[in-house]
Design a protein around this ligand. Structure first.
Ligand SMILES: CC(C)(COP(=O)(O)OP(=O)(O)OC[C@H]1O[C@@H](n2cnc3c(N)ncnc32)[C@H](O)[C@@H]1OP(=O)(O)O)[C@@H](O)C(=O)NCCC(=O)NCCS
Length: 191
C-alpha cells in the first residue's frame, strides 16, 4: 500500500479498502458506496455497494468546491469563515495537506493533515451530511495519520469544540484523548 498522495486528479491514494476494476488501472482507492441515508447510524453502513469513492490530495482546482463543502458540512462555530485565498495558499505551500474523498466527481469528505516539521495537526475533518455514520470520517483520519507517520510525526492532535459531541466521539473512537490541562490562546495578526 502506498500512502503517497497524488497532487493531481490522475494520482490517487492507495488505501486498504476494496479495490475494484477501474479505468485508472486500479490506482484509485475504492470503497463501497453507502446507500441513501436512513438515519444517523445505519445498520448496513459497511456493506459493500457498487460505486467507488476515490481518495486524493486536493488541488488548486478544488478550492472553491472545498470552501462550499466546508460551509455546509464543516464545524463552523467559533472560527473565521474559510476564504478561498487562504485555502489556495495552503494547497500551494503543502500540496498534500488537504485530503479529500470524492464520489461521482464531488467532494464528500475532507481532512487537513497539517505538518510543519514539528507538530502534526488535523483540521477541517468533515463528511457530507448524507454519508455520515458509515466509517468515512474515521477513514479520513486514518489517511491523515498515514501521512503524518510517513513524515515522521510521533503525535497527532486535533482541536474540537467543547460542545461538538459528535466530533469528540469520533476522535475518541480514533484513539485521541482530550487534554484537560491546556487551553488555546490566540491573537489576531493585526491586533
Ligand atoms: C464528525 C464527523 C466527521 C464524523 O464523520 P462520520 O463519517 O459520520 O464518522 P464515522 O462513521 O467514521 O464514525 C466514526 C466514529 O464517530 C462516532 N460517531 C459517528 N457518528 C455518530 C453518531 N451519530 N452518534 C454517535 N457517535 C457517532 C463513533 O464513535 C464512530 O465510531 P464507530 O463507528 O466505531 O461507532 C461528521 O459527523 C461531520 O462531518 N461532522 C461535522 C463536522 C465536524 O464536526 N467535524 C469534526 C470537527 S472536530
Amino acid at each position: 500500500m502506498s500512502s503517497t498522495l497524488g497532487t493531481g486528479r490522475s494520482r490517487h491514494i492507495a488505501l486498504g479498502w476494496t479495490i475494484r476494476g477501474s479505468s485508472d488501472g486500479g490506482q484509485a482507492a475504492r470503497v463501497a458506496r453507502p446507500g441513501p441515508c436512513r438515519g444517523p447510524r445505519p445498520a448496513d453502513a459497511r456493506l459493500p455497494r457498487v460505486d467507488p469513492l476515490t481518495f486524493r490530495a486536493a488541488t488548486l482546482a478544488d478550492v472553491d468546491e472545498l470552501v462550499g463543502f466546508w460551509l455546509r458540512a464543516g464545524e463552523n462555530a467559533s472560527r473565521p469563515s474559510d476564504r478561498p485565498d487562504l485555502v489556495r495558499r495552503l494547497v500551494a505551500r503543502d500540496p498534500e495537506a488537504v485530503i479529500v474523498a470524492e464520489l461521482d466527481g464531488r467532494i464528500v469528505a475532507t481532512v487537513v493533515a497539517g505538518w510543519d516539521g514539528w507538530r502534526a495537526n488535523l483540521y477541517r475533518l468533515a463528511v457530507e451530511p448524507g454519508l455520515r455514520g458509515r466509517g468515512l470520517g474515521r477513514r479520513m483520519v486514518q489517511l491523515a495519520e498515514a501521512r503524518f507517520r510517513e513524515l515522521g510525526a510521533e503525535r497527532f492532535s486535533a482541536m474540537v469544540l467543547d460542545h461538538n459531541e459528535l466530533g469528540q466521539s469520533l476522535w475518541s473512537a480514533a484513539g485521541y484523548v482530550a487534554q484537560d490541562d491546556w487551553s488555546r490562546w490566540v491573537k489576531a495578526a493585526d491586533a
